[in-house]
Ligand binder design. Structure first.
Ligand code: ZN
Length: 122
């Protein structure tokens, strides 16, 4: 069966035929839109935050707020905990660093819009 052409159907144009007619031959060079990368906007914490809730103006909702704090274990907590494990104190004592204030970083957030405002790193 070599009959690729069946009567009644229009043979399809080779791939790209339609595209070729739409391209104007007068301009062989079509300038491509250049993607200019916007310089990275570095968001920095202007107000230095401490280990406790701080009164400040939220950078997002522009309201005067008292920051909501969230304590998270710092790298030191993980290191201390790891050392505890290495030196034989298992589950009980190695979790102590995660409860010690000295080993926790304090994350400040806006209580109204929940935007991250800064972190107090020990
Ligand atoms: Zn806010």
């Amino acid at each position: 069966m070599s009959g690729a052409y069946t009567p009644g159907t229009v043979p399809t144009a080779p791939y790209g035929w339609n595209q070729q007619t739409s391209v104007s031959p007068a301009s062989p060079y079509t300038p491509q839109p250049e993607f200019v990368k916007a310089p990275y906007e570095l968001i920095t914490t202007v107000v230095p935050v401490g280990p406790h809730s701080t009164r400040m103006v939220c950078s997002n909702c522009r309201k005067e707020i008292t920051t909501k704090i969230n304590k998270k274990p710092s790298t030191m907590a993980y290191i201390t905990s790891f050392l505890c494990c290495v030196f034989g104190c298992f589950w009980g004592p190695c979790l102590i660093p995660f409860c010690m204030d000295q080993c926790l970083n304090v994350e400040h957030k806006c209580p109204k819009c929940e935007v991250y405002l800064g972190q107090y790193i020990r």
